[in-house]
Write a protein that binds this ligand. Structure first.
Ligand code: VAH
Length: 310
């Protein structure tokens, strides 16, 4: 069966529901440091679990005969800047725990998320390549770059079957994001419906790679199902769907709510966003496991406004 660590997070919640849909509720064990939404808690087995506690994870793995772990627990970019050592501890020790369980042959396969945050201010910003200069300037980005190096090391040295995707900013309506720099792209839809206006903490022209959550979940399940010999990348795959700046979301919302008003009030997260790419070259994911996104900005806006209006 499958264990999701961090099942109550922005990605974890939707990933758990999708995996339960595909493999059956009782084959997917959800776990997190705290309980999650009613929908999540009512749909299958749940365990309170600290991702930094090796023995606690090992107990769950043995009890439920877990073969695969999706490690979705992490502290994201904005929060990690406020608590660097807590972020490093959570992001790295949780990864070592699952890599070592696989090294000890206690589990067979791992999914671990990386991020466009692994790129830094000196990385080429347009169509950022799969292999390029990476000098991340955030705690979160440093932990993801280091995590990628460890994933590739455990694969080469111990044959650990760990697979990873560099997620762009993710937009979802089922769950609130937690402490990310791209969260403005989720908040804006909630605010548009509630107040007809939004004050963006990123400035006009801050173009970032983004993806609708349904695409991200489909990519995650795809990379886990593909034959291992197809995977030429064992650090983490670049992945892309669309790129846009705050004013472009505002325009797409105005197509539905003509009176929507957008304001700009950049804060400390602007510096984080400035260090990230504007667009990503994901040709390796296309070549190795036939990646193709389905949601562009217009379709994303329609999904978000339709579902949040309910
Ligand atoms: C963040 N949503 O903002 C995450 C992600 C690329 C952005 O890493 O930190």
């Amino acid at each position: 069966s499958i264990l999701i660590i961090g099942a109550c997070g922005q990605i974890g919640t939707e990933l758990t529901m999708a995996l339960r849909e595909q493999y059956g509720n009782d084959s997917v064990i959800a776990s997190d440091i705290r309980e999650g939404s009613d929908g999540l808690m009512d749909s299958g087995p749940f365990e309170l679990l600290d991702a930094t506690n090796y023995e606690a994870i090992e107990d769950v793995v043995m009890h439920y005969e877990i073969e695969e772990i999706y490690l979705m627990a992490a502290m994201l970019s904005a929060t990690a800047e406020k608590f660097p050592m807590r972020a490093w501890n959570l992001n790295m020790n949780s990864l070592f725990n699952v890599l070592n369980l696989a090294k000890e042959k206690k589990i067979d396969k791992i999914f671990w998320p990386s991020s466009i945050a692994v790129f830094g201010p000196n990385t080429p910003k347009d169509e950022t390549p799969q292999h390029t200069l990476m000098e991340p300037s955030t705690v979160y980005g440093i932990s993801k770059q280091s995590g990628e190096r460890w994933c590739e090391y455990y694969f080469k040295k111990f044959g650990v079957d760990v697979r990873s995707i560099r997620y762009p900013g993710l937009i979802s309506w089922k769950t609130q994001p937690g402490g990310g720099t791209t969260d403005y792209a989720v908040e804006i839809y909630h605010e548009a419906i509630k107040n007809g206006r939004y004050k963006s903490f990123l400035a006009k022209g801050t173009k970032l790679p983004m993806m609708f959550m349904d695409d991200a979940i489909r990519a995650t399940i795809s990379i886990m199902e593909v034959k291992p010999e197809k995977l030429s990348i064992r650090s983490s795959y670049n992945l892309s769907a669309m790129s846009f700046a705050p004013e472009e979301i505002a325009e797409s919302i105005k197509n539905h709510f003509p009176d929507f008003e957008m304001f700009y009030n950049p804060d400390f997260r602007q510096q984080i966003a400035n260090s990230w790419p504007s667009s990503i070259d994901d040709s390796k994911a296309v070549e190795d496991w036939w990646w193709a996104p389905e949601f562009n900005l217009e379709k994303t806006t329609m999904e978000m406004l339709e579902n949040l209006s309910k």
